[in-house]
Design a protein around this ligand. Structure first.
Ligand SMILES: Cc1cc2nc3c(=O)[nH]c(=O)nc-3n(C[C@H](O)[C@H](O)[C@H](O)COP(=O)(O)O)c2cc1C
Length: 264
């Protein structure tokens, strides 16, 4: 059975996991933002692993767009692997519907606790916490790859369906409603040296340089790539992010982010 691992990431946690899983399963790794540039997506594998972060107790909107763009998922086995900072809520339950509408089936899902990257709410964890999270990650990732490779059926999400529906219903719906306006608070301060990195790491092409400064165009996924990867910490979101510690996964390079976006 052919397998493909698809990923979406803002700060590298999900790409690090996707790479390890694709390595363990010896299969191809593909960027979701790059795939979405195609006019149509046809499934060319029976087993699809989707690796992505949790946003507001649900899946990023781009993941839902990606699933909807498949011509069909009939006969496909889907394995969502989500990375999260605190609690994944009903992420899988939300995806269930999207996958079923395309005729696919979620066989099993896996949550991986990773450093939280939502800098609009908090700064990066300290090194001791980071190391503890990465140690826990290392102890689990090979088994996840093995389980998916062998088709182990089972684990879906940590909480009950009703609890998840309540949790995600409120928070996720609010997140979706606010999404079109969320990038209005991004700006670059006087440290900006017009390096264009924010423009190139943005997975959805939502940043354009005008007069040497980034401008956000209103189609943000809230992945935080621009603010977290800015090499001079010039980008802020309102006032709260000023002075907050930045984060991106230590094994992921900025050029990996360019590649995800479909550039070089
Ligand atoms: C906008 C936003 C919302 C988030 N919401 C949640 C959440 O509801 N629950 C959670 O556990 N982590 C949440 N996180 C943290 C990320 O899911 C987590 O850090 C993830 O590993 C980031 O993956 P990435 O490095 O691949 O982008 C959120 C992050 C962002 C940017």
């Amino acid at each position: 059975m052919k397998s493909v691992v698809y990923y979406f990431t803002g700060t590298g946690n999900s790409l690090a996991a996707a790479r390890d899983i694709a390595g363990g399963m010896q299969c191809e790794l593909r960027s979701i933002p790059a795939e979405l540039k195609k006019s149509k997506i046809e499934p060319d594998a029976e087993k699809l692993v989707l690796v992505f972060p949790v946003y507001a107790w649900g899946p990023p909107v781009i993941i839902r767009r990606f699933i909807r763009k498949f011509s069909t998922l009939q006969g496909c086995q889907i394995y969502p692997v989500f990375t999260y900072g605190g609690s994944p809520g009903g992420t899988v339950d939300i995806l269930d519907k999207e996958v079923a509408e395309k005729g696919g089936k979620i066989v099993s899902s896996y949550g991986l606790k990773m450093p939280g990257n939502c800098i609009t709410l908090y700064g990066a964890p300290d090194n001791e916490k980071l190391n503890a999270l990465f140690d826990e990650y290392i102890s689990r990732i090979n088994n996840i790859a093995k389980d998916i490779a062998t088709g182990a059926e089972g684990f879906r999400s940590a909480n009950g369906k009703i609890f998840n529906a309540l949790l995600s219903g409120l928070v996720y719906k609010g997140f979706l409603k606010g999404l079109p306006n969320m990038d209005k608070k991004f700006y670059s301060d006087e440290k900006c040296n017009s390096c264009h990195i924010c423009e190139k790491v943005c997975p959805v092409g939502n940043i354009e340089m005008k007069d040497g400064k980034p401008v956000w165009k209103g189609s943000c996924e809230q992945c935080m790539a621009c603010i977290q990867w800015c090499p001079v910490e010039s980008i802020q979101h309102g006032k709260k992010t000023v002075g907050r510690k930045r984060y991106h996964h230590p094994d992921i390079k900025v050029t990996d982010m360019f590649e995800q976006a479909g550039g070089k």
